[in-house]
Design a protein around this ligand. Structure first.
Ligand code: EPU
Length: 302
């Protein structure tokens, strides 16, 4: 989707939105898959409601992209523009046991920043790639922790009201890889409440998690992390592995040799390759175990 209307481009500029034409989302996603579209960088939170109204009035469809680490995007010319929050530095500050963090901040960077202030509780999240906003949206979790446990307040653009609002953590549902946020709510900032813990202890726990992750996940390959959610009481990775599907591939989309719930882009996989591989594996798991695997990765199709 291209913004060709000069009046719209001028209005976006007034709202301090940076328009980057013809961006390849291949370069913006950890899977290295995705088509081309115009990217809109939202430099100010307070103009977001006006930006959204403008896009609605001009009938310009949009999608919001965070860190791009848990998304599979269709190839070719995309039918939506992509909205993105620019990374701010450091994008976080600490007051007592509270951490105030911008949604565009890197999740791992946040864990280490908090650690340096002797605030822990998020050690398990250290190797989870992506932005704080994306982690919030999906309630990212690993090694027994999840970000939702620590949320005191979230500032977001609420799609239903068209306004920037603040929501208390108690009023948000954080479930396994799912939250009560609406699909087009945009996370802007979060306040976390974290337990005090000495830096050295946090670092020691982070090392343990890093080691576990390095030994079980294909960290140096292009992936979106786990492709399917674990079914209740089960493990998608174990089932796919038991079916001897490691190395199974469609084009350059392959079930990782290291962790069977990671599907990697070996070189130049297309979105169609990846979707076909997901369907194949889902079908085989259904046939063998009677379990319907649900996507963990978010799929952007036309
Ligand atoms: N297993 C196999 N073969 C494999 C992979 C796993 O037999 O190829 C077995 C393991 O031996 C283990 C069990 O399956 O007994 C579970 O595996 P693992 O400990 O690797 O965890 P997981 O359930 O596959 C979940 C999250 C990961 C997170 C890890 C660590 C989901 C879908 N995945 O993986 O999150 O890093 O636990 O806490 O919930 C992600 O969300 O993208 C992600 C990678």
């Amino acid at each position: 989707m291209r913004i060709s209307d000069k009046a719209v481009a001028a209005r976006l500029k007034e709202l301090e939105v940076e328009l980057r034409p013809g961006v390849s989302l291949k370069e913006k996603t950890s899977l290295g898959i995705g088509g081309i579209t115009d990217e809109l960088l939202l430099h100010r939170f307070d103009t977001i409601p006006q930006v959204m109204r403008l896009l609605a009035d001009e009938k310009i469809p949009y999608r919001f992209l965070g860190g791009g680490t848990n998304v599979l995007i269709v190839d070719g010319e995309l039918p939506w523009v992509v909205l993105h929050l620019p990374v701010t530095r450091p994008g976080m500050r600490i007051e007592g046991n509270a951490a105030y963090v911008d949604a565009s901040a890197d999740l791992g960077g946040m864990v280490t920043f908090c650690a340096k202030h002797n605030l822990g509780g998020m050690e398990g999240l250290i190797g989870v790639p992506g932005s704080v906003g994306g982690a919030l949206r999906m309630n990212a979790g690993a090694y027994g922790t999840q970000i939702g446990l620590h949320v005191r307040e979230v500032e977001l653009y609420r799609a239903s009201s068209g306004e920037v609002e603040t929501v208390r953590g108690n009023d948000i549902r954080f479930d396994y890889r799912h939250t009560s946020f609406a699909p087009n709510d945009v996370m802007l900032r979060v306040e976390l409440e974290l337990p005090s813990k000495p830096y050295q202890e946090i670092v020691a726990d982070i090392r343990v998690c890093n080691e576990k992750r390095r030994s079980s996940q294909p960290l140096n390959q292009k992936s979106a992390g786990c492709i399917f959610k674990n079914p209740p009481g089960g493990s998608a990775g174990r089932m796919i592995d038991e079916l001897k599907l490691k190395g199974h591939h469609v084009g350059d989309a392959m079930v990782s040799e290291r962790h069977a719930n990671f599907f990697v882009n070996v070189d130049n996989a297309t979105c169609a390759d990846m979707l076909q591989l997901m369907d194949d594996v889902r079908e085989r798991v259904r046939a063998a175990y009677g379990v319907e695997l649900e996507n963990e990765v978010i799929v952007w199709k036309n």
